[in-house]
Design a protein around this ligand. Sequence first.
Ligand SMILES: [Zn+2]
Length: 213
Amino acid sequence: MEILHNVILVDEWAWKKEKNEIFSVKSCYEWLEDIERPTNEGKRTFHCNFVWEPRIPTNVKFFMWSLMWGRILTVDMLQKKGIQIQNRCCLCKTEEESMPHLFLKCRFTMTPWENLLTVHASTRQTLPGWYTVTDMLQSWKDFNSREVTSEIWAILPYALLWTVWRVRNEVIFQGGTADEYKVIQRIKATIWGWLNIAHMAKVANAQCGHLYF
Ligand SMILES: [Zn+2]
């Protein structure tokens, strides 16, 4: 106790993923990429690049973040949390709702997928092979179509996932039915809107740069 008497101990934060113990976003990303965690889609690694797509709005990035962690509250997830609820997909009204079903396998969702992917036959053939949203996003770039611009191609799956989720919520919380072909138009309008916003942000940044530098 005599030795410790003159020692002042201060608690400090330390980031163990860096040698100097100072936090860096890069090491945090690498750490997230390495994590294997159980989800309702089985074990998989976290893909940060699927979340931080620069041309999608922030609220959609949060949606993608939840999707990548398997935290979207589909009916099967609510049941796992102990909520007593019948599991019936509100879009096809035949199968049980889960993340892979709602976004990839549902008869309703297949229509916009097939309609929007007719631009590239090989992608369309691959559609049934996607068992998880991560599978789809991982293989998406390999099917980069030259029939649409790369900018549209890059955000097309995000627009589809986001629109299906919104339509599903509207059907559940506001009542009514969903129309596959109106959903396709909505996906196209969403892509158009996001690209306009991204373009305006680019122009605004360029103008700010011109003004200040
Ligand atoms: Zn369904």
